[in-house]
Design a protein around this ligand. Sequence first.
Ligand code: G6P
Length: 489
Amino acid sequence: TAVADERPRKQRLLVVANRLPVSAVREGVDSYHLEISVGGLVSALLGVKEFDTRWIGWAGVNVPDEVGQRALTKALAEMRCIPVFLDEEIVNEYYNGYCNNILWPLFHYLGLPQEDRLATTRSFQTQFDAYKKANQMFADVVNKHYEDGDVVWCHDYHLMFLPRCLKEYNDKMKVGWFLHTPFPSSEIHRTLPSRSELLRSVLAADLVGFHTYDYARHFVSACTRILGIEGTPEGVEDQGKLTRVAAFPIGIDSERFIRALDLPEVQNRMKELKERFAGRKVMLGVDRLDMIKGIPQKILAFEKFLEENSHWRDKVVLLQIAVPTRTNVPEYQKLTSQVHEIVGRINGRFGTLTAVPIHHLDRSLDFHALCALYAATDVALVTSLRDGMNLVSYEFVACQASKKGVLILSEFAGAAQSLGAGAILVNPWNITEVAASIGYALDMPADEREKRHQFNFKHVTTHTSQEWAATFVSELNDTIVEAQLRTRQ
Ligand code: G6P
């Protein structure tokens, strides 16, 4: 109709992230099965509907032959995804190596590889070269698909070199970069051999965003202390080029969770869970099986709680969903055996012939099963040692409108800054404190639970992923206009 024709066209947004929202699993020579990828980045960005979005990223699979590449490109095009093909060697040096054995632990305050981790680490330079090469490959694909007026939004620690590559292609491109992890104190970033080059590459972007004000401040002080560039109230300015730096706390598509709770399938699952755990309080942990998530510490705190509170032993159960991730990185393999060992020991110690205190699952759940689980939970335990934001805490709150369960939340997760007033904040390293908080949460009176829940529910339903993306993109558009005005003056 004429009215529809007059509607302004949605702005084209190219989202560039290492991982596409769907990962491919090869089924035959030229056929692939696509699965939704896990992680906070994907779950937030999938909720963004306001733009005409295309995704550019790696499909999580090695496709060496052209026939396979063509087939996968076609399958992904239906989902508005454009693949970047990375061969096995690049994946090993760039993704397993530089991204996940160096940058990820460093940004979460776990330091650079030492001793046994160093033995499995090829030289920094080899891995950094692969990192730059991979970023250039992403840039080539972006450049091929870029149209005038597009906004290019680069995501996360995998692509810190990308803003620079893109601006070298076309300095008129609107380029934003957002980090989904913490940005650590400048004293930590200083230890990285490639510290300056990475900072300079990020500064090529027009807008740089973080989850919290603290991360943004750490980034600006790293630029000052390492590059000698002064921060301004708006960001960082170097030789007349201003890079805006700001905090944009991410959110979730809360409506999607709230709506799902009314579906018969989810209701049935909730009923099953209620029957299965009748007479027991349900505690829940949902994490990728990653050292930053503090899973061993959490389970040890639960053990301490059982040890000190014998009257709770057969009245509470901990369900820990541990989604396997980055399984080719040795640190992650070690963590899996460590967690299994602790869970086995505790179940042996406190289990009975008919029940165990911990149900540990090494796999992900589908969306409906997850919603039912969140809704059936009395106490959620999000005890990351460090976490950029942690959206599991948001998802739990969104599903708790009727139960009003308690959230125990690490003070080192970005979410502590937004959900702190409603959650019980803990230091995840302090097992005694976490154990005491479990007792406090389980005994919390209904009116206190109600008050805490209302606070968090309001936050989660108003600070959504839609709003997050809209704010970032609109600021990026403004940044460009301001820059044009500045150069005209
Ligand atoms: C975190 C990162 C994401 C990443 C996700 C899953 O949320 O910030 O960039 O995609 O973990 O990790 P993976 O290595 O499987 O992509």
